[in-house]
Design a protein around this ligand. Structure first.
Ligand code: S3P
Length: 450
């Protein structure tokens, strides 16, 4: 598990053109949900293209602990023999979700309305993240939670023996909170209603409908109103997980800033609630083309070609777009360093409670690499230096955050001097083949002292 082994420092050196195909791994959000929803069906769910990163493997382990049979058939093929809605068994040991906020928050929701008790923990990053945003709405179902100060893990959840349905307006833009409430609502009688003012990724809604739940979504003046009928019988599915647009962001952004690059990412998921980065990059002048647009398994999918983009310019990213690219701001800030002018990123306070405080982590590293970054509680600005002008030549901290580690390794591909990341081991949580995939494209990333 990341952060538990020895650190793996890596140096990224300025490199020649990146070229070729970048088959990034399966979508992390959809992979977690495939395992959890599969565990909530009676019968066998088959999954192809599952992300075999540490986060998802921790969720697979957790589903086994709650009584499901999860089998790895090799090559990204998995199956889940589920126990049905309300069928979770009480786990014998502590559920360790490693680095994964999605894993722990969705699983807490999934067990919250069953008469069982479970204790959750994680690594130092996860144990520092707020869980009250999930346990507050779960308490409305009758669930109890006891954790450390500030609603932190380790935490014990006592499921509601006689849950009541809930109507809940999500106070922060969070798909994890929305999903936890919907998953808890599955085993409550009657209708559970979740209202979100800003749309967040909608994989839970799409997939629950695919699994046969009676779930409707209405756009109203109040926001997106999601209504779920409780205690459905979910039907096992065959799921093909699209490639993760949040992982694709790294080779795509690298291609934009390394002269002469031309990279194709096949089969990436382009759900509009996830695709904000690509709209933003186009507005900055990026040479991006979507080829072969199609629909697969209820999700829009395409092949994405990214080429070196000599004339990137800074823009203001509309705050209403933030939720659709929330995981991509770190690598966007790297592209912004190579643009001309200022890239202004308002309305992003959620970035401060991710695997790390991502504004702080990126600001520190970019400044050390010679880039001006200004920040406030819910905004930040990067003043671009233009291609060829970013100094680099520094060592930065990844602070147990996979996306921070990968962003700085992308930075070092186009700076004047190399960039070293103190610990690249967290990359294994979401993109275990990052090093080999980037090397095949032409990056010069080396393990320090190897
Ligand atoms: C996720 C939701 C987002 C995102 C995370 C995955 C999900 O978190 O940052 O990587 O799969 O639901 P929040 O719900 O905290 O915004």
């Amino acid at each position: 598990m990341s952060g538990h082994g020895s650190p793996i420092p890596m140096t990224s050196r300025p490199c020649g053109p990146l070229r070729g195909e970048a088959p990034v791994p399966g979508d992390k959000s959809i992979s977690h949900r495939s395992l959890i929803f599969g565990a909530l069906c009676v019968g066998e769910t088959r999954i192809t293209g599952l992300l075999e990163g540490e986060d998802v493997l921790d969720t697979a382990k957790a589903m086994r602990a709650f009584g499901a049979t999860v089998t790895d058939h090799g090559g990204g093929e998995w199956s889940v023999q589920g126990v049905g809605v309300g069928g979770f068994a009480e786990p014998e040991g502590v559920i360790d979700c490693g680095n994964s906020g999605t894993g722990v928050r969705l699983i807490m929701g999934a067990m919250a309305t069953s008469p069982i008790t479970a204790t959750f923990t994680g690594d130092a990053s996860l144990n520092g993240r707020p869980m009250g945003r999930v346990t507050d709405p779960l308490s409305l179902f009758g669930t109890q939670a006891v954790g450390r100060a500030g609603g932190r893990l380790p935490m014990t959840i006592v499921g509601a023996a006689e849950p009541v349905p809930v109507r809940y307006e999500v106070p922060v833009p969070s798909a994890q909170v929305k999903s936890a409430v919907l998953l808890a609502g599955l085993n409550a009688p009657g209708q559970t209603v979740v209202i979100e003012k800003e749309a967040t990724r909608d994989h839970t809604e799409r997939m629950l409908q695919g699994f046969g739940a009676n779930l409707t979504v209405e756009d109203t003046d109040e926001g997106r109103v999601i209504t779920l009928d409780g205690q459905p019988e979910l039907t096992p599915q065959t799921i093909v997980v699209p490639r993760d647009p949040s992982s694709a962001a790294f080779p795509v952004c690298a291609a934009l800033i390394v002269p002469g690059s031309n990279v194709l990412v096949p089969n990436i998921g382009l759900n509009p609630t996830r695709a904000g980065l690509f709209t933003t990059l186009k507005e900055m002048g990026a040479d991006l083309e979507f080829e072969n647009m199609r629909e697969e398994g209820g999700e829009p999918v395409a092949d994405l070609r990214a080429c070196f983009s000599p004339d990137l310019k800074g823009i203001t990213v509309p705050p209403e777009r933030a939720a659709s690219m929330i995981d991509e701001y770190p690598v966007l800030s790297v592209v912004a360093a190579f643009a001309d002018g200022v890239t202004d990123m308002p309305g992003v306070k959620e970035l401060r409670v991710k695997e790390s405080d991502r504004i702080d982590a990126m600001a520190k590293g970019l400044r050390a690499a010679g880039v001006q970054v200004d920040e406030g509680q819910d905004w930040w600005k990067v003043t671009g230096l233009g291609h060829g002008n970013v100094p680099g030549g520094t060592t930065v901290a990844s602070v147990l955050d996979h996306r921070i580690a990968m962003s700085f390794l992308v930075l070092g591909m186009a700076t004047q001097k190399p960039v070293t990341v103190d610990d690249a081991s967290p990359i294994a949580t979401s993109f275990p083949v990052f090093e080999s995939l980037m090397a095949r494209l032409g990056s010069q990333i080396v393990r320090v002292n190897s």
